[in-house]
Design a protein around this ligand. Sequence first.
Ligand code: PGA
Length: 254
Amino acid sequence: MRKKIIAGNWKMNKSFDEGMALVSELSNMIKDEYHGSAEVVIIPPSLYINSISRMTADFANISSGAQNCSNHSSGAYTGEISASMVKSCGGKYIIIGHSERRQYFGETNDWLAKKVDAVLTESLNPIYCVGETLEERESNVHFNVLKAQISEGLFHLSAEQMANVVVAYEPVWAIGTGKTASTEQAQEVHAFIRNLLREKYNETVADHLTIQYGGSVKADNAVELFSAPDIDGALVGGAALQSRSFADIVKAMA
Ligand code: PGA
């Protein structure tokens, strides 16, 4: 069976103390209320990864990760963080190509392909984000956009490497807007992505790939989204900033 993953991306939110309080509440809620098979991934600002990975070390289904990393492994790149640094702090996942990185920091598919390599070199798992803008959906080019993001960012990988990749479909128009894609719209894209993998690699690779949905996921739409056959979890932004709302999304998977 495919791995189910619920990840909470805090973006640039929470002081250190607020973050630690959130993790402690959340891990207790998950321990008490949830005994499912989904992996819960906490993705705070990178400064907090080390503390969070220590705090959650006893929770087998909770891990942590970073929101971005450099494509370089080390060197004179002021302000950057490498995948090996994330690993040395206990992180396991790294989000690559979030639409905010693509939009505000000019990250291109070619550049992201190198970041994916950097993550895999450290035996960590990239969460590779794809998604179309509203304009692209309305002009009906969204499948072309998604195909380019997937093929240019990932198709240089071997089938063996693909086994460690997670894909997140996040329509840009649904991020932070309160507008979720309908379950039908999300399922359609997830099946499309899985089919691209089937054509490029094989049935096993396609079938094994965890594809998360992201964009205004809340506890009250999560149950329906998770009922779709190709939706294997969520990448959560706003609702991950409170323990109750995030824990309820985790419960929705159970
Ligand atoms: P949102 O963010 O849940 O606040 O829409 C999702 C994301 O950006 O990953």
